[in-house]
Write a protein that binds this ligand. Structure first.
Ligand code: 13P
Ligand code: 13P
Ligand code: MG
Ligand code: MG
Ligand code: MG
Ligand code: MG
Length: 371
């Protein structure tokens, strides 16, 4: 068995929240090379989307392994030191704890991990997004693993026809449930259609019994109890041979669906699929972006990546996303561009309630008639 882990954190932005500084990337790459040299990991890559650094690693220790998580923690401390030296924005932003204890759960960094028996050919896609939250994967995961209009294999591949099991977390109550799809589809959609609260954490093939997908499902604001930016998510999806084909996994991103995030983590905007060269945020601290890094995993080695959205086939999605961004922006401070009050990451409401409370008087049924 091998484990593919993506562990990510925002340890400082260059400029503002827009990108990661090259010196931080170089430092993370040095750490990954050292970890390979000492055989802690089999292989590793460093990638970024917006201001978040992702460590993509293969190893034999399984998910939630202390050795791997503490290596990632130390690496993020090292990139934070560089961010401090350069005065970058929000240095150490996602490192919410002072000391490492056991694993990264509840400490700020996000992670998606899949443990599996490597197949003779093992195509995987690592998705990295910035300026949004883990629930942003709900719609694409539904389309990839449950929608026959997206994924032809659900209808015509014997190994996919029985469907997939979705593990969904309730982030507010710290509970989980497994939906057996397609039988439970309508029940599941009632929940995952509310992605601020219900998030698909993983998907399993019912026929093969294999894990097929994993997401980073943490919610920073619930961990920290205050605004600390969005928990810009990552996701791993395995492909082919009884799992969705690479093209079926990419297909949902041809529709730039609307996600929560962008400016101050508090707005709806379309999710823009981009090449690695465009994986930084600009307009209104967005639009939220996603990159897709394709690998063949072989004997634990990461053969790749291929930059899968670096392709004219996604130009239409990008054009549509830009039109949608114009449309949303023109709403300014109005919903549904601005998030509903309970989902705002920044708010002046408690201060306003204190200051204006006495000016709010009961609405009486009596109409005052002029004398
Ligand atoms: P596999 O069953 O070999 O994965 O074939 C599916 C495919 O690649 C069609 O696009
Ligand atoms: P990040 O979570 O990417 O740091 O974004 C913070 C923000 O508020 C952007 O406007
Ligand atoms: Mg940031
Ligand atoms: Mg970010
Ligand atoms: Mg963030
Ligand atoms: Mg860039």
């Amino acid at each position: 068995m091998i484990t593919l882990s993506i562990i990510k954190a925002d340890t400082g932005g260059y400029v503002g929240h827009s990108a990661v500084h090259p010196a931080m990337m170089a430092e993370a790459r040095r750490e990954i090379e050292r970890a390979k040299g000492s055989s802690l990991i089999i292989d590793g890559r460093v990638a970024s989307c917006g201001d978040d650094v992702s460590l993509i690693m293969t190893h034999v220790y399984g998910p939630d392994a202390g050795l791997i998580h503490s290596f990632a923690w130390d690496t993020f401390q090292a990139t934070t030191r560089i961010a401090r030296e350069l005065g970058l924005y929000g240095a150490g932003q996602d490192l919410l704890s002072d000391a490492f204890s056991g694993n990264l759960r509840g400490m700020g960094p996000g992670y998606a991990e899949l443990e599996f028996e490597e197949r003779p050919s093992e195509p995987v896609i690592c998705f990295l997004a910035d300026k949004t939250e883990p629930g942003a994967w709900n719609l694409p995961l539904y389309k990839i693993f449950a929608d026959p209009f997206n994924t032809a294999g659900l209808v015509i591949d014997e190994k996919m026809h029985a469907g997939f099991a979705f593990e969904v977390y309730d982030l507010f109550e710290d509970k989980r449930i497994v939906f057996d799809c397609p039988a439970d589809l309508y029940d599941m959609l009632m929940y995952i259609g509310a992605p601020a609260r219900y998030v698909v954490h993983g998907v399993h093939s019912k026929t093969l019994g294999h894990p097929a997908a994993a997401t980073s499902t943490q919610r920073l604001s619930l961990i920290a109890g205050k605004y600390v930016g969005k928990d810009d998510p990552v996701m791993i999806v395995r492909c082919q041979s009884g799992l969705p084909a690479v093209g079926e996994v990419l297909e949902p991103f041809a529709f730039p669906h609307t996600v929560a995030g962008a400016m101050r983590g508090s707005h709806h905007m379309p999710l823009l699929p981009v090449a690695v060269a465009d994986a930084h945020t600009t307009r209104f601290d967005g639009p939220p972006r996603v990159v897709a890094l394709g690998f063949q995993v072989h004997e634990g080695r990461l053969v790749g990546p291929r930059d899968l959205f670096d392709d004219p086939a996604f130009d239409r999605a990008r054009a549509q996303a830009n039109e949608m961004a114009d449309y949303f922006r023109r709403h300014g401070p109005f919903e549904p561009h601005r998030l509903p009050l309970e989902d705002l990451e920044y708010t002046t409401m408690s201060e306003l309630t204190r200051r204006l409370g006495h000016r709010w008087t009961p609405i009486t049924t009596e109409v005052a008639t002029p004398a």
